[in-house]
Design a protein around this ligand. Structure first.
Ligand code: P6P
Length: 336
């Protein structure tokens, strides 16, 4: 009789000792993300029926206003996190300013803040390519009982207490870390339960997949151009394979299973990089590092960058440790 895989709920209970000082609030926070992810997954999977459900901005067959999926995802996560009385503030790619959550007693007594990209890569929806939700969780740093301030959000990634992503792909997975390794759960949509399908995920030390939008080659720094040519040379285990989906969660998830590097560098098009530090780079860096990989901006550890703005951008080189270190050698020698 094969041992049945634990559900996400059972896994959280079995690993409660991982958060010795938590009174179960972090577990409840992960559970609320689990719930929101199921709701968003249902809607994302219907996206192909737009001519029945109606495109965003139009009315669907029930006469309801059809929301853009990223707006729907944003509202779903905000509502679920707010209702659970655990979170005192939310920063989202979809909201210019952070959201203060006072709690039902209006006393600002909740102690976690969440930063999220509710639906990353949403432009891929119309072409049926997988997309993802990315989240990052911190303890607030300002006094409990007062409204959150920007200080609670502008924390370096090395202070994250948890981070994860949901990938809405051929199957829907929730992958997260609380600083004790990385575990992946697959949704059984028929049962509405998430099962531990990828226990203790490890980033292969090396790999032969490089993921970068080579269409921007002309705008890249010399170090990146040199690294791309290195990947393409006939030598040893090279040339590598180029794989780029245009969805950060999907590219990094594939590379974590097969080995590889994902790069979104600074360029003359994006002089600070395109991806957002607080709710794309930091959470993905936490997961990559917890799985034994590496994540830098080409020079310094992503999670050591001191943020100054909620929506600031960063370059990111992340994945198999050996590949990232090689790319960093080219950045060090040839720089920007
Ligand atoms: P480009 C999606 O918009 C995203 O934020 C990441 O998910 C993805 O890797 C990247 O941007 C794609 O950007 O410029 O290559 O289309």
């Amino acid at each position: 009789m094969t041992k049945t895989r634990p559900t996400l709920g059972e896994f959280i209970i079995d690993n409660q000792q991982d958060f010795p000082y938590s009174t179960g609030e972090l577990s409840r926070l992960i559970r609320s993300i689990r719930l929101a992810a199921k709701v968003v997954n249902h809607e994302v999977n219907k996206a192909g029926l737009v001519d029945i459900t109606g495109a965003a901005g139009e009315q669907n067959v029930q006469g309801e206003d059809q929301q853009k999926l990223d707006v729907f995802a944003n509202n779903t996560f905000i509502q679920t996190l707010t209702n659970r009385e655990i979170v005192c503030g939310i920063g989202s790619e979809e909201n210019d300013e952070f959201i203060t959550i006072a709690g039902s007693r209006k006393d600002h007594k909740n102690k976690y803040v969440v930063l999220m990209d509710p639906l990353d890569g949403s432009s891929n929806i119309d072409v049926n390519v997988s997309v993802g939700t990315i989240f990052s969780i911190y303890r607030r740093v300002t006094p409990i009982g007062t409204p959150v301030t920007s200080e609670d959000f502008l924390q370096p990634g090395n202070l994250q207490v948890a981070a994860g992503y949901i990938i809405y792909g051929t199957s829907t997975m929730l992958v997260y870390t609380t600083g004790h390794g990385v575990n992946g759960f697959t949704l059984n949509p028929a049962l509405g339960s998430w099962y531990l399908s990828h226990p203790d995920m490890k980033f292969p030390e090396n790999g032969n997949i490089y993921s970068i939008n080579e269409g921007n080659y002309a705008h890249f720094p010399t170090g990146v151009k040199k690294y791309i040519k290195y990947c393409q040379e006939e030598e040893g285990d090279r040339p590598y394979t180029s794989r780029y989906i245009g969805s950060m969660v999907s590219d990094i998830h594939r590379n974590m299973i097969k080995g590889g590097i994902y790069i979104y560098p600074k360029s003359t098009k994006y002089n600070k990089g395109k991806l957002r530090l607080l709710y794309e780079c930091n959470p993905m860096a936490f997961i990559v590092e917890q799985a034994g990989g590496k994540a830098s901006d080409g020079y310094q550890r992503v999670m050591d960058i001191m943020p100054t703005e909620l929506h600031e951008r960063s370059a990111i080189f992340c994945g198999s440790k050996t590949m990232v270190e090689k790319a960093e050698e080219f950045m060090k020698e040839y720089g920007d």
